[in-house]
Design a protein around this ligand. Structure first.
Ligand SMILES: Nc1nc2c(c(=O)[nH]1)N[C@H]1C(S)=C(S)[C@@H](COP(=O)(O)OP(=O)(O)OC[C@H]3O[C@@H](n4cnc5c(=O)[nH]c(N)nc54)[C@H](O)[C@@H]3O)O[C@H]1N2
Ligand SMILES: Nc1nc2c(c(=O)[nH]1)N[C@H]1C(S)=C(S)[C@@H](COP(=O)(O)OP(=O)(O)OC[C@H]3O[C@@H](n4cnc5c(=O)[nH]c(N)nc54)[C@H](O)[C@@H]3O)O[C@H]1N2
Ligand code: SF4
Ligand SMILES: [Mo]
Length: 734
């Protein structure tokens, strides 16, 4: 068969680009679907807020952008990353051709797509025949389109027969997923963004909203009810500085704090007894469990005064509309699932759920983390189904024509288990898509050493220069946001559309096309033929969602989603004529559990396994450093404007008393050590961190040399915000 006929079946208009020889680059084809006007809109490709950006077109290509004034999410606003979202795509180090390392330790050479897909299939099949099908795994992302994740999950699990595949959402949202599933019966964040505007009390827990979700902070500023804004965070963050009350608790003492608050709310009779008896299960045993958490004990553990504990309980107990919001300060901990559930318990016991301005609300991180949670076929079977449930497997088999025996009967290993699997020799091949694990996973040195043990590492990214891509045996160049089409699902469950408004550089292909190409070379069964365009996959996913809490059978085409200003799930076929723009869950008090009741779940707090010692007396908090930096910097470091908005070199925030004791001054270079490694950073002396604590942004490559692979036992999410370190002066700032 001629190569051109193989390619034509997936990519139609991209055929010529594909066949161009490597080395002879040139722009890919122009956008397939062009708007007749000179603007179109697209949901932003960075964070989970899901702002819509108006893309300004010239000759059909994006030349500029501005925030969309009519979209219900951002109402004409965007943060610096959104404003400059086009720049990183033009960077000169964009990957333009597949690359192959001919032998271990050798350099990479350019190959064409046919060679790349042949190598991919041959190498992986060889590993599978030598070591078993489960010896190859994939690590995916919350940053590609839902349709792409679903195609990857279907091809990898049903076609290639891989059992193990997880996402970088494990680093981020796994805790909320497990917490919601156990408490509400489904992974269902209940809120809509207007709840920020309708609350009397907004409690932000382990969330630095001003930096991480700037447009949601703008939504809070639109609240006309003079809300109390309570920030629960060990640091005086940018958000804490704006709050009406900052609660600087000791790191990882949240669980004790919320059990203590529950006890106070009960003793002051600030609970909603009707809601509890009609809509929840397990309150009586929860009540007796928390009775031991008296204010004295809680104050000692959390370092929050009894006075402030009382003030908090009064604010939460007396005001009618209280909303609780949490992010990574909660999710990234060694007992994070129970911590998230202790927040859910507060909302349940005070009846703060299902009404405007209320909720136990986890804010997601990446642009499509929610898509990954429901449709990536990793932790749950497509559409929030359960791999272990035979009826669910039969349903998916019937709707997709995938033979029943091809659907795994168990969920995958989690990220940490896949990494440990490399160490134990069980995982021999790894395919990493749209995530920079070698920078973002814990204990970077161990990660790199382990990856070197693999027989075959495939990396698929926009840039062949990332830390992870540099380790690859085979590199596949992907086109990115604005160079492809599909949908993202934001934090408030809103499905939004992204558009192809730029040609992809060189031979790079959309992830969708890459998966199609590999599936074709793999000779995957016929069922995959129906998964031929993003929109056809979207239609398949709609059918799969039928009858699930995330039912989207009533959502129409991409165009209809766009015309509505995005559509929140659920939207079943039988929906009413008018689709409300802001919808929340549980307004009838019914949850997705079998009993239809929300569960109180609790467990005794444990000590941080990474405890301070004489050798490592400081706790290192890590997280977002500025609104202009995105994760491992592969995109934001390519923007000249964004680069002006943050320090170029890695820094560590150190408390002034600690600095005095160690004779460290602002600007000195310090050497930081943990039990894993030692790295240098510039000292930034600031009392935004408490004595005994430090903070480093995750964006710099130094940070994760220090962190440790300790995970929460239920969600297996890493304890990124609780490792212990020491530091000493290395170089005086002259
Ligand atoms: N500019 C920018 N925006 C982003 C991202 C980015 O990289 N850059 N990433 C996106 C993604 S994927 C995510 S997940 C979100 C993350 O958004 P956030 O979770 O808001 O960001 P982080 O800075 O990781 O962590 C939030 C806070 O948790 C606090 N914290 C640490 N330990 C504890 C603790 O024990 N208890 C409590 N209560 N708080 C604690 C930290 O001090 C920190 O201020 O941001 C998203 N938005
Ligand atoms: N110490 C510490 N570590 C952390 C955290 C922390 O708070 N502290 N936070 C964790 C969290 S919450 C997260 S979400 C992770 C994020 O960690 P990562 O997912 O590793 O971070 P990114 O830099 O977003 O990596 C995404 C990669 O995908 C590429 N990419 C972008 N778009 C596309 C596309 O369309 N297709 C393909 N194929 N590639 C694309 C980018 O170039 C980039 O290399 O980090 C985690 N690590
Ligand atoms: S807040 Fe998030 S979605 Fe909105 S423009 Fe900034 S990065 Fe994009
Ligand atoms: Mo995240």
């Amino acid at each position: 068969m001629k190569a051109s006929s193989i390619f034509r079946s997936f990519d139609g208009p991209l055929t010529e680009t594909l066949l161009r020889e490597p080395g002879k680059f040139g722009l890919g084809q122009l956008p397939i679907k062009l708007s007749p006007q000179n603007t179109t809109s697209s949901v932003c490709g960075y964070c989970s807020v899901g702002c819509s950006l108006k893309i300004h077109l010239k000759d059909g290509k994006a030349v500029n952008l501005s925030p969309d004034p009519d979209y219900p999410v951002n109402l004409g606003m965007a943060c610096p990353k959104g404003w400059d979202a086009l720049s990183p795509l033009k960077s000169s180090d964009r990957a333009k051709t597949p690359l192959l390392r001919q032998k271990k330790g050798g350099s990479m050479t350019e190959i064409n797509w046919q060679q790349a897909s042949d190598t991919f299939c041959k190498s992986i099949k060889e590993i599978q025949s030598n070591h078993g099908k489960d010896s190859v795994a994939f690590l995916s992302t919350g940053q590609i389109c839902t349709e792409e994740m679903a195609l990857l999950g279907a091809f990898a699990k049903f076609g290639m027969g891989l059992k193990h595949g997880d996402g970088n959402t494990r680093q981020c949202m796994a805790t909320s997923v497990v917490a919601y599933k156990e408490s509400f019966g489904f992974d269902a964040p209940p809120y809509t963004y207007s709840d920020f505007e309708e609350s009397d009390v907004i409690v932000l827990i382990g969330s630095n909203l001003c930096i991480a979700h700037p447009i949601l902070w703008q939504r809070i500023l639109k609240n006309k009810r003079s809300p109390e804004i309570i920030v629960i965070d060990p640091r005086v963050t940018e958000t804490a500085m704006q709050a009406t009350m900052h609660v600087p608790l000791s790191p990882k003492s949240d669980l004790t704090l919320f059990y203590g608050l529950a006890n106070l709310l009960i003793s002051k009779n600030y609970i909603d007894q009707d809601f509890i008896s009609q809509n929840t299960l397990g309150f009586e045993s929860f009540k007796s469990f928390v009775s031991k958490y008296n204010p004295e004990k809680v104050s000692e553990k959390t370092n929050i005064s009894i006075n402030d504990l009382n003030k908090l309980s009064t604010l939460i107990g007396k005001r009618r509309r209280v909303s609780f919001w949490w992010t990574m300060g909660v999710n990234q901990g060694y007992e994070s699932t129970r911590t998230a559930q202790s927040i859910i318990n507060l909302a349940l016991m005070t009846g703060n759920i299902g009404r405007p301005g209320t909720g136990a609300n986890s804010i997601t991180g990446q642009c499509n983390a929610m898509g990954s949670r429901l449709f990536s076929n990793t932790t749950s079977l497509l559409g929030g189904h359960d791999f272990r449930n035979i009826d669910h497997r039969k349903k998916i088999s019937k709707l997709t024509n995938v033979p029943l025996e091809k659907i795994p009967k168990e969920p995958s290993w989690a990220y940490d288990q896949i990494i440990d699997g490399i160490e134990s020799g069980k995982i021999k091949g790894l395919w990493i898509i749209a995530t920079n694990s070698a920078h973002s996973w814990t204990n970077r040195k161990r990660f790199k050493d382990l990856v070197a043990k693999l027989d075959f590492l495939v990396v698929q990214d926009l840039y062949s220069t990332t830390d992870t891509a540099q380790l690859a045996d085979l590199f596949l160049p992907a086109s990115g946001w604005a160079e492809k089409e599909g949908t993202f699902i934001n934090s408030e469950r809103r499905i939004g559309v992204i558009k192809k408004v730029l040609p992809a550089p060189g031979l790079s292909l959309s992830d969708f096309s890459i998966f199609r190409l590999l599936a074709k070379t793999w000779k995957c069964e016929d069922w995959i033929e129906k998964w031929n365009t993003p929109e056809s996959v979207f239609q398949i996913l709609k059918e799969i969602s039928a009858g699930q809490p995330c039912d989207i059978t009533g959502v129409g085409s991409y165009k209809e989603i766009d015309d509505q200003g995005g559509i929140q799930w659920p939207l079943p076929k039988s929906h009413s004529e008018k689709i409300e723009n802001e919808r929340r869950l549980f307004s009838d008090g019914k949850f997705f559990t079998e009993s239809k009741k929300g569960n109180f779940i609790f467990e005794k707090p444990e000590n941080n396994p990474d405890n301070t010692t004489k050798e490592f007396p400081f706790i290192l908090l890590t997280g977002r450093g500025s609104s202009a930096q995105w994760h491992t910097g592969t995109r934001t470091e390519k923007s000249k404007i964004l680069k002006k908005m943050y320090p170029e070199k890695c820094y560590i925030e150190i408390n002034s008393e600690d600095a005095l004791e160690k004779k460290i001054e602002d600007g000195d270079v310090v050497m930081i050590t943990s039990a894993r490694n030692a790295v240098p950073a510039t000292a930034f002396i600031t009392d935004t961190v408490t004595q005994g604590q430090c903070f480093m942004p995750m964006h710099y490559e130094e940070t994760n040399y220090l962190t440790n692979q300790i995970v929460d036992p239920y969600s297996r999410q890493p304890n990124y915000k609780g490792c212990v370190i020491n530091y000493r002066i290395l170089d005086k700032n002259s």
